[in-house]
Design a protein around this ligand. Structure first.
Ligand SMILES: NC(=O)c1ccc[n+]([C@@H]2O[C@H](COP(=O)([O-])OP(=O)(O)OC[C@H]3O[C@@H](n4cnc5c(N)ncnc54)[C@H](OP(=O)(O)O)[C@@H]3O)[C@@H](O)[C@H]2O)c1
Length: 390
């Protein structure tokens, strides 16, 4: 006679709860599958007996204030207002396994293999812009952003157009400085110095990439830290290093907001960042560390990438390789942030194999519509911050 039932898997799809469980060992082992229609439970119809799909008897009844679903003396489903527990029992007493099943409020559906919740960056960015518009009403001047484009790279032109449109949405002043691709580094630097001196310009951004002979670092160094809308000046990055976050890089800041949107706490979590660029990977790792996550950096020389990613409660992927991260590399329930933008057959594809990882992760950002819009929203926030001297 076996007594302990252990759970092999629980799946909730379309309001159907499917539980597979086993008991005993070797010859005495037994497997059972139970399917419970949750809509009945949700409608509170607990007073009838039902046969579930697996042919098991179920009975539903009240016990005190709790409603029970009783399934062939094997498991209880205990729904309260927003919460269900599954309890495997040996009739008539309980045995050890009790699982907190679902609690929508706490967003822990993921435990049960539900598809990940989408972290909608477009919607969150809209909210950020509304907040900016509200804050702007209290100002007596208009924040100004200057974007410098060197050359005519079509992707850069498109990104700049989006940024200008964002500025219009929040009623910022914005101007684009188109400079020729063959401009000398000295002339470019002189142009930025002139922008540094203007009182009506509060944020300056130099669109990357720059033509090859120009040293990116020298250009970024020229932007005064007080107008560094991208947060990539060494002074601002240095402040990040010593946990004195002022103006922080846009993409990492957007990533933090998306993680916060999930409702998951960052403190105490194991965060894994794949990518160590100064633009994304390194600063986002520091920002997570500043929020008391335990951070692991991975890169192209990491020995056991899958071993590392599978430990991640929070996985930030900034590699630049289409669909590189597959479901077997993700810890069930993890928050997965896909930073990658890869253009494949005219479509923007992330670094994460979205469809299959969605089935494993707890939360996931889409591409497009995840990190991208938040990066742009953070540019606006940085510009406002610089304008009001925050
Ligand atoms: N959505 C947005 O707003 C936004 C903003 C910025 C960037 N992005 C996108 O994010 C991606 C990364 O951008 P980035 O500027 O950080 O790129 P990057 O400077 O090229 O850095 C890529 C990083 O990925 C690592 N890497 C490359 N191949 C790897 C592999 N097989 N295994 C593990 N790590 C690997 C590299 O490691 P090593 O250091 O060892 O070379 C490097 O640290 C790109 O697709 C970019 O377009 C999106």
């Amino acid at each position: 006679m076996t007594d302990i039932w252990a759970i092999l898997g629980i799946r909730i799809r379309n309001c159907t709860l499917k539980i597979s469980a086993y008991s005993g060992k070797g010859e005495n082992s037994a497997k059972k599958k139970v399917t419970i229609s949750l809509p009945a439970a949700l409608r509170g119809q607990f007073d009838e007996s039902e046969k579930d799909q697996a042919g098991l008897e179920t009975a539903m009844y009240w016990k005190g204030k709790k409603r029970f679903v009783f399934i062939k003396t094997m498991c209880y489903i205990i729904p309260t207002d927003k919460r269900y527990s599954v309890m495997f029992i040996k009739s008539p007493q309980k045995v050890g396994i009790q699982i907190e099943c679902i609690c929508r409020e706490k967003r822990n559906w993921r435990k049960w293999n539900l598809p990940a919740e989408l972290l909608n960056g477009s919607r969150l960015a809209q909210r950020v812009r509304s907040q900016i518009r509200r804050r702007l009403k209290k100002l007596t001047f208009t924040p100004g952003l200057a974007v410098v484009q060197v050359g005519t790279d079509p992707a850069s032109t498109l990104y700049i157009k989006h940024k200008q449109r964002d500025c219009e949405k929040v009623h910022f002043h914005s101007e684009v400085h188109h400079l020729p691709a063959d401009i000398s580094q000295e002339s470019l630097i002189a142009h930025i110095e002139a922008l540094n001196a203007r009182v009506d310009i509060h944020g300056i951004l130099v669109q990357m990439p720059l033509p090859v002979p120009i040293e990116k670092e020298a250009v970024i160094d020229t932007i005064t830290p007080y107008k560094d809308a991208d947060g990539l000046n060494p002074v601002n990055l240095g402040n990040l290093l010593i946990n004195r976050e002022g103006v922080t890089p846009c993409t990492p800041t957007g990533i933090i907001r998306l993680i916060e949107l999930s409702g998951e706490k960052i403190e105490g979590k194991h965060a894994v960042c794949i990518g160590r660029s100064p633009l994304v990977g390194k600063p986002v790792g520091l920002m997570l560390l500043n929020r008391n996550a335990t951070v692991t950096y991975c890169h192209s020389r990491t020995a056991d990438l899958k071993g590392e990613t599978r430990k991640a409660d929070i996985l930030v992927v900034a590699i630049g390789r289409a669909e590189f991260i597959t479901a077997d590399m993700v810890k069930p329930g993890a928050v997965v942030i896909d930073v990658g933008i890869n253009h494949v057959n005219g479509r923007a594809i992330g670094d994460v194999k979205f469809e299959e990882v969605k089935a494993v992760a707890g939360f996931i950002t889409p591409v497009p519509g995840g990190v991208g819009p938040m990066t742009r929203a953070m540019l606006l926030e940085n510009t406002l911050k610089l304008a009001i001297g925050g």
